[in-house]
Write a protein that binds this ligand. Structure first.
Ligand SMILES: [Zn+2]
Ligand SMILES: [Zn+2]
Length: 467
């Protein structure tokens, strides 16, 4: 029922056919229409008589496990109510009459107006819109964030290149861990080597502010380059759930937010490590080499413990959900949406969780010097971006303790967090982002679909090129 799914997505306030979001009464009317169709059950939680006080909606599809839950907080409702124009129900080039909303349309013809397709139109988009049309909009309407993303060529896909589409039961290529480790170690070593060479040649030290700027630049350059490589892989291997839905782009309403999330995440984590661990007289070559492999592995696992609980609480505690819902507007994320979130979430993600991890490791006696921490950050950031790539491959995230996690079937793969976005709304599964360990222990693992054990091709492996 692909058409019905489209309507469902429209209700989810995502991918509206022309980006115009209807007001809450219309959502409710369409929900009733869908119920009439008997294709699904729509459940309204909250006070169904009065949609204004509704908190969330659940829609379950008959005969399938698909279930969608939509949280409507007062801010969302009031932002919806600014819009009186409904979108066209002309979906996928078919006659609108085929769709359940046709009846609604017949009843209230005056309310149905032709929508517009350009983001740059005068009508404001809801802050929750996931419509992404800015890349093909006239450049005269771009601002600095649009130009920056474009200049960095930090696009999740190339609009002119094809993306292979695979069915769910086609085998998914396996990517060996080794490719990821090699990638992260190579790129995290580059700034360390430069730093070392500078100190060796000049005999000078680098102060904390210069160090901050240097590593800040390096971190961002590495992330952007990772996005380039992942894009290439996407055009080669395709994306998960690609037979049903395209990957989301960077939303028109979120271009500046995406750019800001990049430098805010990088900047705040680095400031934290510089304050807590930078010692300008120490050279990169003097880091604790012996402890490094253990620190890298434990950092991911311990960070994931704190992340697991912080993340799970935001899903489970009603009061906290509002801080996490923005991150969940995307059901088919891309690497640039890894840090797409509200300020409160950003703060904990960027500062709170890494700080807890640092102190936990210090507490057990690990040295956690600046340079080791830098490498740990690189591993974790790689995994965060990789986990939002949706690449159609069976691949874990880099970790020096990946072998140990594998023994307990606790290694995370790309599909795990992808399913967290696709299926998870308030009550969810797969809360971990670096491992599946805590999901295993606390019983919140979700069954894999394309990455299910029998569906992985271990012979024709995928590769992560260095350049
Ligand atoms: Zn979540
Ligand atoms: Zn996510």
């Amino acid at each position: 029922m692909p058409e019905n799914r489209r309507i469902l997505e429209w209700i989810s306030l995502k991918d509206a056919p022309n980006g115009v979001i209807p007001n809450s009464d219309e959502i409710f009317a369409v929900l009733q229409e869908i119920q009439k169709l008997q294709e699904c059950t729509g459940v309204a939680r909250g006070r169904p008589q009065e949609l204004r006080n509704i908190e969330w909606l659940i829609i379950e599809w008959r005969g399938s496990r698909d279930r969608e839950e939509f949280y409507l907080d007062p801010a969302t409702i009031s932002s919806l109510e600014k819009f009186s124009v409904l979108p066209r129900w002309h979906i996928d080039g078919k006659d609108p009459v085929e769709y359940p909303s046709a009846a609604l349309k017949a009843q209230t013809p005056a309310m149905w107006k032709e929508g517009t397709s350009s983001v740059m139109d005068s009508k404001p988009l809801s802050k929750d819109s996931m419509q992404s049309t800015w890349r093909t909009a006239p450049r005269s309407e771009w601002n600095i964030s649009h130009y920056l993303l474009d200049a960095l060529n930090a696009h999740p896909i190339d609009l002119n290149k094809e993306i292979p589409v695979h069915g769910k039961d086609e085998k998914v290529p396996y990517m060996p861990q080794w490719y990821l480790q090699r990638w992260v170690l190579f790129y995290s070593a580059l700034p360390l080597l430069l730093h070392e060479t500078y100190m060796a040649l000049t005999g000078r030290t680098i102060g904390p502010i210069t160090a901050f700027n240097f590593y800040f630049f390096a971190f961002n350059a590495i992330v952007i380059y990772q996005v380039h490589i992942l894009r290439r892989l996407g055009h080669k291997y395709g994306f998960l759930d690609g037979d049903k839905h395209a990957r989301d782009g960077v939303p028109d309403v979120g271009v500046a937010k995406v750019v800001a999330s990049l430098y805010k995440t990088t900047g705040s984590r680095l400031i934290l490590s510089i304050i807590l661990s930078y010692n300008k007289t120490q050279r990169p070559s003097q880091m604790s080499w012996i402890w490094l492999p253990l620190e890298i592995g434990l950092y991911g696992i311990v960070l994931d413990f704190w992340f697991y609980w912080y993340h799970r609480l935001m899903h489970d505690v009603s009061y906290l959900w509002k801080y996490h819902r923005t991150h969940h507007l995307t059901k088919h994320p891309n690497p640039l949406l890894a840090a797409y979130a509200d300020h409160e979430q950003e703060f904990f993600d960027m500062v709170g969780v890494p700080m807890m991890t640092y102190f936990s490791l210090k507490l057990v006696g690990l040295p956690m010097g600046f340079y080791e921490w830098w490498i740990c950050h690189e591993y974790v950031a790689f995994a965060e971006v990789f986990g939002h790539s949706g690449l159609r491959m069976h691949s874990g995230v880099p970790s020096t303790l990946g072998w140990l996690l594998q023994m307990f079937n606790a290694e995370i793969v790309i599909e795990d967090h992808d399913l967290h976005h696709r299926k998870g709304w308030r009550k969810s599964y797969n809360y971990g982002k670096q491992t599946r360990l805590w999901d295993r222990i606390f019983g919140t693992c979700m069954e894999r679909i394309e990455s299910a054990e029998g569906n992985v091709d271990y012979e024709n492996t995928a590769k992560m090129p260095l350049f």
